[in-house]
Ligand binder design. Structure first.
Ligand code: ATR
Length: 270
């Protein structure tokens, strides 16, 4: 059996096995794709055991993406710049890493939501690992500029300085956001996990596409966006499926169809 998995902590709610089973069915491929809970201090051991058991590849989710980057033998330039890996291919015992989060977001925005990123003003809330994973693919779409706003300002300044060679990125504190509307707001903070919303002026959402990278429920950010005249409000389900599609292509060399998969998952989780 072709062995694949997603490794994280927590992991029980992961939709990745369902998504990869649907992709595999599309091309008549027989795979096993399981969820593996790694202890917080046991990511490397978990990976070694899975590889010894004959794994061909696996996804990595919170909180192990940076550890995964440190563990791989080689990785793509995209993963290298993000210093974070969410997909690993095993070949002759060697681990090859990629990060498909950013391309997943871009594909959802461009192909599913029909958004043009080129020339747009984008505001990203948060400057953690998630933001680090999406910045390069977004900048490659040539937005007018990306504003990265973070509660801890020094982190957004650091990210802006690291990525400014790839496009126009400015870093600042959440409390410095002006009420001036932007085209796209992306919530990449983990505030929704605590049922919270980053505190920012409401005027910024007027007419914007507001995208929460969390999926499956009406997050405080999504409710805030609706209450403040956003043009369109979406969660991150499309990104989840698109990043999985890119991971599938990284392993199997075939990009699966995603629209039906997003539709069927939407029906089960809403
Ligand atoms: P991830 O890998 O999900 O990005 P992370 O690296 O821990 O996780 O980053 C979490 C991000 O959410 C950070 O930008 C964090 O802000 P700080 O750097 O100031 O900690 C942000 N965040 C978490 N809770 C928040 C809240 N209640 N309001 C605003 N920002 C929050």
């Amino acid at each position: 059996m072709n062995k694949y998995a997603v490794i994280g902590n927590p992991i029980h709610h992961s939709l990745s096995p369902t998504i990869h089973a649907q992709f595999a069915k599309q091309i008549g491929l027989s795979i096993s794709y399981e969820k593996i809970l790694a202890p917080l201090d046991g990511f490397t051991v978990t990976v070694k055991n899975f590889v010894s058991a004959g794994a061909l590849g696996f996804n990595i989710t919170v909180p192990f993406k940076v550890e995964a980057y440190d563990l791989v033998d080689e990785c793509t330039s995209n993963a290298n710049i993000a210093s974070s890996v969410n997909t690993i291919k095993v070949e002759n015992g060697a681990l090859y890493g990629e990060n498909t989060d950013g391309i997943g977001l871009v594909n959802d925005l461009c192909n599913n939501l029909q958004q043009l990123i080129k020339g747009k003003d984008i505001l990203i809330l948060g400057a953690g690992g998630t933001t680090q994973g999406i910045l390069l693919p977004l900048l490659e779409c040539q937005p007018e500029r990306i504003l990265v706003a973070n509660r801890t300002k020094v982190k957004s300044l650091k990210l802006a300085s690291k990525y400014s060679k790839y496009g126009k990125v400015c870093g600042f504190g959440l409390n410095q956001i002006k009420a001036k509307p932007v085209d796209i707001i992306i919530n990449a903070t983990s505030a929704s996990l605590d049922g919270k919303m980053p505190e920012i002026p409401s005027g910024v959402a007027a007419g914007a596409l507001c995208y929460d990278l969390m999926y499956g429920r009406q997050t405080p950010f999504m409710q805030w966006a609706r209450a403040n005249s956003a043009l369109e409000v979406t969660d991150g389900l499309g990104m989840l499926v698109e990043q999985a599609a890119s991971a599938f292509a990284f392993w199997h060399g075939i990009t699966p169809e995603t629209k039906q998969v997003i539709k069927s998952l939407r029906e089960t989780i809403d």
